[in-house]
Design a protein around this ligand. Structure first.
Ligand SMILES: [Zn+2]
Length: 307
């Protein structure tokens, strides 16, 4: 079956300041890495406002829409910027992730990778932060639950930074298991093991700076049992590649092989519980070569498992 790759040129219309790690060039790196793989390309559609409102209040959507400058760039905080085109880019990142859910749940694709920017997992209910404007993966999870009527989904976040936004948006959502591994201490500072969600459905896996393959595999083994017990009807992945040893923003020592291993194990779980249905969406990854190699490794596994 098909693996769909969802992207849009609007991702390159979101401009950040000179020297900012979350930059336009990330898209070309991913593009070059995935080009030539037998993926089915789709353009990310704009999300309807109602999709964003699954997780954010109208006031947040209005604030982001109004914050977009007519020219130049504006900072919403020291990390999070908007340029002309940022709103469309963010709405297509949300729309692309929702479209991926639709395609996979319709059986038109076995899995999907959404390669859009800005990323989403730091955006809280009423607060853009950490390069993120809207919580794309949490919104897509809610779409799977509320629009498609699934009873249980799992959202898995292996970005090196804690998915505080996803945790905030899904804190009360008893139908969504959220599992995040992340370096601790590190931005944004959340993600301790005692943050468990309103229904005990959040599992945080903090990893020590300097740790690598052995430590991440041990932490994830425990999480796999939790995901297996959850019996998700869809697995959504916040795929950040900034735990890579070469990444400039953090100090974990993962390699491509670790992303390949983790993706494979998540595909095993999806095969056992939900016919292999996986929707993965790009989060971080700031060393361009490592981002390219790691995203190719990740998507390569999705392809192998779809055969
Ligand atoms: Zn990150």
């Amino acid at each position: 079956m098909t693996v769909v790759w969802i992207s849009h040129a609007a991702s390159e219309g979101h401009v950040t300041p000179e020297g900012h790690p979350e930059r336009i060039e990330r898209m070309a790196a991913v593009e070059a890495a995935l080009d030539g793989l037998p993926l089915e390309r789709r353009y990310a559609p704009m999300a309807a406002d109602a999709e964003v409102l699954r997780c954010h209040p109208q006031s947040h959507l209005d604030r982001i829409r109004r914050a977009e400058p007519v020219e130049g760039i504006v900072g919403l905080d020291p990390d999070t910027w908007m340029s002309p085109g940022s709103f469309e880019a963010a709405m297509r990142a949300v729309g692309g992730t929702c479209a991926a859910v639709d395609l996979v749940l319709a059986g038109e694709a076995s899995s999907a990778f959404v390669g859009c920017r800005p990323p989403g997992h730091h955006a809280e209910r009423e607060k853009p932060m950490g390069f993120c404007l809207f919580g794309s993966v949490a919104i897509a999870a809610r779409r799977a639950l509320d629009h498609h009527g699934l009873g249980r989904v799992a959202v898995v976040d292996f970005d090196v930074h804690h998915g505080n936004g996803t945790q905030d948006l899904l804190w009360d959502e008893g139908r969504a298991l959220f599992v995040s591994s992340h370096q601790m201490p590190l931005y944004p500072g959340t993600g301790a093991v005692d943050e468990r969600g309103a229904h005990g459905q959040i599992l945080n896996l903090p990893l020590a700076p300097g740790s690598g393959s052995a430590e991440m595999r041990e932490a994830w083994e425990a999480a796999f049992r939790r995901i297996e017990d959850w019996q998700p009807e869809l697995i959504l992945i916040s795929a950040g590649f900034d735990a890579h040893a070469a990444d400039p923003l953090a100090n974990l020592n993962w390699r491509e092989e670790d992303f390949r291993w983790l993706t494979g194990r998540l595909c095993d779980l999806a095969a056992a519980s939900c016919g292999g249905r996986v929707v993965s969406t790009l989060e971080g990854g700031y060393d361009l070569a490592a981002l390219a190699a790691s995203s190719a490794a990740h998507v390569g596994v999705l392809l192998e498992r779809s055969a």
